[in-house]
Design a protein around this ligand. Structure first.
Ligand SMILES: *Cc1c(COP(=O)(O)O)cnc(C)c1O
Length: 820
């Protein structure tokens, strides 16, 4: 049922009109970027109709709405995805072909909106895609950072961060500014108590504050072939001019300037930290800014339903993606108490039925704890409310656990001079979920055990997922078509259907076709690498890929140390059989994370030496792909043979790139960590390469001590050789100090940390052995093809459609809408 707007001839006419209207030029004279903008314009015209219809249906049906609150949405580019969702991609491609325009080139004109760091933001984007496709009413709520994730350049092997000015061409084609829904957000000042004679209650007013205006920009989230268009609402800050100043402050020039500055800074830039709390005041401002704007909007919208405020939980769910939006709890309380004039117990009953929280990590450095001084100065009324929530909760804990102050120590919301956001999210919500079975188990048994014991009914697991529409249908068109030819097209909205491929696993023709598609995708990536890195790689070599944020726990260092080890072996035994390998890395390091940046330098330095050593006859190539992001990720997943998922067991809550690789027929080389455990459950251990310490072993070492990396250094000559090469100048033009910090971190305790915190030396030999199994299997073409195809065939569980359905069934209980 192709929309008539997209019928070839009609589309061509619309496009010519758009170019004329927008740029006063002709299609022939238009620049590539103008053509792109015009195509978006035509597409947007169709989307707008469905978007309005969706809003109309929401008005009539009054469904329960999910507000998915996330500081990050890593959506990737819109154009291609929207065309696919509208089932117009092929027809538009043909129309453009006839005009001599390449749709791929048009898509390449779009910048990635990089409003996220990595997995957490990408998960939020996959979730929105699934919510629309499954037909649930939802808003994604976030921040319109003017500068998203920095663009990464590699200069002389080092990461250089350059600003990502994604809005520099003016507005983003698919976004729509909605000034009519702007909200005022207040910071600072003090709280005045006001006794009300009539009710006998004391009410509180924030005074002497600064405020900014939160202005929403809406992006459409187009469901697949179902006319449902939800909204990603990102908030931008604008100065409120004098009208908002209290009469007392009128003419206060300094204050007006401060408010201007606040507005200018608050949405300026995304913090580039992944799994790490920087504790900056501006970050807390960002959090309150988008949370308050979101909750105010949701309540406004709810009030249009004409229902009593006590029914809020029947129509609204606020989902907190990690602890970053936890201020939702006290902010909702504030509105219910101060504006709706409810009593505490009523307000608390409503709040705790509206808020739900997803935990994303157990790593101490990622947990948000805000100093009371900062928190109370910035949000004086909110802090009062948090204190009262904490007072009542601690009372409850002491009643239930008399004389057990350890329970207070672990569960109090305010403790040791800090506000602990995870604790507030757990206490203030009705649901806490982990993101993979293993992660949830660790939360329940260890990290959040006291909470789990006290309120087990709140806890559940929701294993992460990914959208097959971006990561197969869009990212791997050759395989998508082949899958459709074999199992029909229902997999696009029902991924478990892809298991129909299992019957082809032993079919030689199917194997050959499957591996030929992989080869074509490797050629496509090789071309990208040639263009971007100037390195020639052989698409017949094994493409062994690790792409993800650079983090010590993700252990890119283990990977590159192993490459150094292989190089030593090849140099020592030139005649040894060795199947050619291309090691591909892609990773951004947080700008302030020095060791992570040095690991990038190490990877590039090793690449420089090995890629230029003619004596090893191209057996190893190492490529560091600059500026890893959603758009090049799509090229990378489709071309991978080996998926490196080698985090220290217990540290990676779920991972999602592991699922994208699997979907595209790569074999996992990984530890029993995060969702790798479930991937192996689905595909079978014989179709993956598992190695290393278990989560339980790692946790036991951490608790009891007894891990001594020096013993590996002393007893294993291969390990010793590789480590010595970090400090003998081999990869640093003779500089023996360049990589010394990395060397030291593996062998010696460092500022309060154990040596080799991430058990790299403990797992090294087991990793090397797993890598040998990879090579042996790859030499057996049939065995490899079969395993690769089975990975695709068994990936059904990892669709975010499944994840979202579980959130709906167990947590959100929101309503499906139908748009005709
Ligand atoms: C999926 C994805 C991630 C998350 O990768 P992990 O390996 O799960 O950490 C990060 N960045 C981008 C661009 C992604 O597409």
């Amino acid at each position: 049922m192709l929309n008539p707007e997209f019928k070839k001839e009609n589309f061509k006419k619309e496009l010519r009109d758009a170019v004329r209207l927008l740029f006063r030029t002709t299609l022939e004279d238009a620049s590539a970027h103008q053509v792109y903008q015009a195509v978006c314009y035509v597409v947007k015209d169709v989307i707008i109709d469905d978007w309005m219809k969706t809003q109309q249906v929401m008005k009539e049906q009054k469904p329960k709405i999910v507000y998915y609150m996330s500081m990050e949405f890593l959506t990737g580019r819109y154009l291609g995805n929207n065309l696919l969702a509208l089932t117009a991609y092929d027809e538009v491609k043909k129309a453009l072909d006839e005009l001599g325009i390449d749709l791929n080139a048009v898509e390449d004109e779009e910048r990635d909106p990089a409003l996220g760091n990595g997995g957490l933001g990408r998960l939020a984007a996959c979730f929105l895609d699934s919510l629309s496709t499954l037909g649930y009413a939802a808003y994604g709520c976030g921040i319109r950072y003017h500068y998203g994730m920095f663009a990464q350049k590699i200069k002389d092997g080092y990461q250089v961060e350059t600003p990502d000015n994604w809005l520099k061409d003016g507005a983003y084609p698919f976004e729509l500014k909605r000034p009519e829904y702007a909200k005022e957000i207040r910071f600072g000042g003090y709280v005045e108590a006001d006794y009300d004679e009539k009710t006998g209650r004391t009410f509180f007013h924030q005074k002497g504050y600064q405020s900014v205006l939160a202005v929403p920009y809406d992006l459409p989230v187009v469901g697949y072939n179902n006319h449902v268009v939800n909204t990603l609402r990102i908030w931008d800050a604008e100065a409120i001019n004098d009208f908002s100043l209290d009469s007392f402050d009128k003419g206060d020039y300094r204050k007006a300037v401060e408010q201007e500055n606040l507005a200018r800074t608050i949405t300026e830039v995304l913090y580039p930290n992944d799994n790490h709390m920087a504790g900056k005041e501006l970050r807390l401002k960002q959090q309150y800014f988008f949370v308050s704007a979101t909750i105010q909007t949701a309540i406004k919208k709810f009030e249009k339903y004409g229902l009593d405020i006590h029914k809020l939980p029947e129509k609204v769910c606020f989902h907190m993606n990690d602890t970053h939006p936890t201020l939702a709890v006290p902010e909702l309380m504030r509105i219910l108490l101060d504006e709706k004039k409810l009593e505490w117990d009523e307000a608390w009953a409503i709040t705790t039925q509206c808020c739900a929280y997803t935990n994303h990590t157990i790593m101490a450095e990622a947990l948000e704890k805000w100093p009371i001084e900062l928190f109370s100065r910035l949000l004086p009324r909110i802090y009062q409310i948090v204190e009262e929530i904490n007072r009542r909760f601690c009372e409850r804990v002491r009643r239930q656990y008399p004389n057990q102050e350890n329970k207070i120590a672990s569960m109090a919301i305010i403790y040791d001079g800090r506000v602990r956001m995870a604790n507030m999210a757990i206490v203030g919500g009705f649901s806490v979920n982990g993101v993979a079975q293993l992660h949830t188990e660790i939360l329940e048994k260890r990290e959040l055990h006291d909470f789990y014991e006290m309120m087990p009914e709140k806890f559940s697991n929701k294993t992460n997922g990914i959208t097959q529409r971006r990561f197969l249908l869009h990212g791997n068109p050759l395989l998508a078509k082949w899958v459709t030819d074999h199992v029909g097209k229902d997999w696009i909205t029902d991924l478990p259907r892809i298991s129909g491929l299992k019957v082809y696993a032993d079919d030689e023709k199917a194997q050959a076709e499957f591996m030929n598609i992989k080869y074509q995708n490797k050629v496509r990536l090789a071309k990208y690498i040639q263009e971007h890195n100037g390195i020639e790689v052989d698409p017949r070599s094994i493409f062994d890929v690790q792409v993800k944020r650079l983090h010590e726990y993700k252990r890119q260092l283990l990977n590159i140390l192993h490459v150094m080890y292989l190089y030593n072996k090849i140099k020592e035994h030139p005649e040894m059989p060795f199947y050619p390998r291309t090691f591909i890395f892609g990773a951004k390091a947080s700008a302030g994370y020095e060791r992570a940046k040095m690991i990038i330098k190490l990877i590039n330095s090793v690449a420089d030496v090995i890629n230029h050593d003619a004596s090893i006859k191209n057996k190893i190539k190492i490529v560091f792909i600059e500026d890893y992001r959603v758009s090049n990720a799509e090229l990378i997943f489709s071309a991978a043979d080996v998926s490196e998922q080698i985090s220290t067991a217990s540290k990676e809550a779920s991972g999602t790139s592991n699922m994208k690789f699997m979907l595209n027929g790569a074999l996992t080389l990984g530890t029993m960590d995060g969702a790798n455990v479930e991937i192996v459950q689905e595909v079978g251990e014989e179709n993956a390469f598992i190695f290393g310490l278990s989560a339980e072993e790692v946790i036991r070492y951490e608790r009891d001590g007894g891990y001594d990396p020096m013993q590996y250094f002393n007893n294993d000559p291969d390990i010793r050789q590789v480590l010595m090469q970090l400090i003998n100048g081999m990869y640093s033009n003779g500089d023996m100090n360049l990589f010394r910090d990395i060397y030291n971190s593996l062998l010696y305790p460092q500022n309060g940390n154990r040596a080799d915190v991430y058990f790299i030396l403990a797992d090294f030999k087991s990793y090397a052995a797993a890598q040998e199994r990879v090579e042996a299997k790859y030499r057996n073409e049939e065995a490899w093809a079969k395993s690769a195809m089975l990975n695709t065939a068994c990936s059904g569980k990892f669709s975010s459609d499944r994840t979202i359905q579980q959130y709906v069934d167990d947590i959100w209980k929101c309503d499906r809408i139908v748009v005709k």
